[in-house]
Design a binder for this molecule. Structure first.
Ligand code: GSH
Length: 217
């Protein structure tokens, strides 16, 4: 099957797929939907004019007609994900329930003042409490992974890798359902085939912690 368009993403070091949980959310949704795409890590200077002019250069950006044609392009992870996977009522409920998860993760990761970590961790735990109360069947979307799983799993990846590295974060024992869920979803091909390297994640969050620009939240 030929690729259904190009997915522009942040370029990492050596032209690899850069650190971007939003791209992984879009890409994992496309894979779950059975769509194929050409992933194109794109540094600032290689962004096509239509992408910069019409979409502010935001990543990810899916261009259905290829990189030279901006017609019908979508430059928003949620927009791309929902284009390929229509949300079910369960997806919508889970994504509403977990809508603050990434903000909680990002605030903790970006903080460089150790005295504030306790408060930020408490805020993050409130979000994990909400995730723990979801019905895992065994996936968040149901028997098979779907939109809500792409939304949540790609954020847990950040927490468990960058959180472990920068904050010594280990998932507390009071989240057994989240732990079992992570084991299952992180082993799913749609998750692991769309992952960006852990080294890229650590580099990106290092920048967000004061060494340069990082992902917006
Ligand atoms: N709300 C947007 C946020 C995306 C975002 O923050 N993207 C970052 C990369 S992770 C970006 O576009 N950075 C500029 C760049 O990489 O050139 C979405 O979900 O798509």
């Amino acid at each position: 099957m030929s690729a259904q368009g190009v997915l522009l993403t942040k370029a990492g070091q050596d032209g690899a797929q850069g650190d971007c949980p939003f791209t992984q959310y879009a890409a994992m949704s496309m894979q779950l939907a059975g769509a194929t795409y050409e992933l194109r890590p794109t540094p600032q200077e290689e962004k096509p004019a239509w992408h910069v002019d019409a979409h502010g250069g935001s990543m990810p950006c899916w261009a259905p007609n290829g990189i030279d044609d901006g017609a019908d392009a979508i430059a928003d992870s949620g927009g791309i994900a929902k284009h390929f996977l229509a949300p079910t009522a369960t997806d919508t409920a889970v994504m509403e329930q977990c809508g603050g998860l990434f903000k909680g993760i990002a605030m903790l990761l970006k903080n460089t003042d150790d005295a504030k970590d306790g408060e930020l961790l408490a805020g993050l735990n409130e979000q994990l409490d909400k995730l723990e109360t979801c019905a895992f069947a065994p996936y968040l979307s149901g028997a098979a992974p779907g939109l809500a799983d792409a939304f949540v799993a790609t954020k847990l990846y950040v927490l468990l890798v960058a959180g472990g590295h920068y904050k010594d974060f280990i998932l507390p024992e009071r989240y057994p359902k989240v732990a079992r869920y992570w084991a299952a979803v992180s082993a799913h091909p749609a998750f692991y085939r769309t992952r960006y390297p852990e080294a890229e994640m650590l580099h990106g969050w290092g920048e967000a912690r004061g060494e340069g620009p990082g992902c917006a939240v």
